[in-house]
Design a protein around this ligand. Sequence first.
Ligand code: SF4
Length: 374
Amino acid sequence: MATLAEVLARETREGDLYDTLPDGRLRCVACGHCCPLPEGAIGVCKVRFNEGGRLRVPWGYVGGVQCDPIEKKPFFHAHPGALAYSFGMLGCDLHCAYCQNWVTSQAIRDPAAVAAPLRMSPERLVQEALAQRARVVVSTYNEPLITSEWAVAVFKEARAAGLSTAFVSNGNGTPQVLEYLRPWVDLYKVDLKSFDARHYRELGGRIEPILDTIRRLHALDIWVEIVTLLIPGFNDSRDELSRLSSFVASVSPDIPWHVTAFHGDYKMTDPENTTADMLLTAADIGRASGLRYVYAGNLPGEVGGLEDTRCSGCGALLVGRYGYHIREYHVTSDGRCPSCGASVPGRWSDRFDGQIASRPFIPGTRRFTIFSSQ
Ligand code: SF4
C-alpha cells in the first residue's frame, strides 16, 4: 500500500519558485526556509522535492474545501458578509503544537493526521465557488505559501470569473514568492504568532521573514489583516504584545489586528483557555500602540464592542457583528463613513447584499474524486 507521501509525490508538476545553485542543488524560494535541496531531497514542508534537478510541487488536488463567511478568515475590512470559498492542500512549513488545522497541515509529518486529498482542477473549484455564490476564493487550511503555484492557477480562474482572492498564511514568505503572488492575490491574512524569536524557533520558523512579509505585503498594496492567537503564558505578556502591536502600527495604523481566544488543541492542551478579560487587555495594548482597528475574536458577545468596526474619525458604527454574523452595515458604496465622510481602509463591495452565510458549511464534495492511497 502506498503511503500518503508517496501518493502526493505523484500529484506534482515542476514548480516556478526555485533557483539552481552553482553546486547543482536547487534552492526553493516559496517560503522563508529557502531550503537547499540536493537531488532526491524533500523540503521542510514535506511536499516540495528535487527530482532530476527540477523542483516538483503539489498540483491538482485539495486537502479540503469549505464555504466560510469571510469573517471567519478573519477579514473584517474586505467585503463583509461575503462567502469565502476556501480550499487547502496538505502540509506546512511550521509545526505549531496548537495548530487548529493540524489534520491537513501536518498530514505528512504526523501519522495521526489522516487527510484524504481530493482530485481537482482550478476550473472545477471556481465553478463550485460560483455555484455557491462566493465572492472570494481563499487558499487556507494548510500553509498556502508552500503550494503557491497551485493557488495562482486557481486564482487566475477566479479572477477571470470576477472573484477576489485571498491567502490565509503564517507569513513566512520571501521577496520572490510575494512578487509571484502580487498580481493574483487581493487579500492576505498573516498569523503573527509571537514577537519573540525564541518562540518562533519553537514553532519551526524565524520571525524575520514574517515581519518582512508584512512590510512587503503592505508596500505591494495587498490588503493585509493580522491575527494573533492569544495563548496564556506563551505570547500574552504586556511587553510582547506592546512590541508586536507597535510593529504592526509602524507598518500602518490602518492594518486591522485581531486578537483571538485560544482553546487547547493538537499537542498544546496545557495552557488555560483565553478569557474575555485577557482579550480586552490585549486590545487596550494594541490601541495604545496606535492601531485604529483592533478586534477580539472567538468569544462572541463577550468582548463589548470589539467585534464591531467603528469610524476612526468620528466613532460612528460602520459594521456591527456578533461572531461571524453581520448585524449592521453602514459603509457607503465608495467605502466611506456615512456620518463624517472619512475613507474606511479596506476593500469594500459597491453595496452590501446581506450575508450569504454566517456559518461555515461544506459544499457538495461527493462530486469530487477522492484519491486512493492504495
Ligand atoms: S516551501 Fe519552504 S519548506 Fe518547502 S521546500 Fe520550499 S523553502 Fe523548503
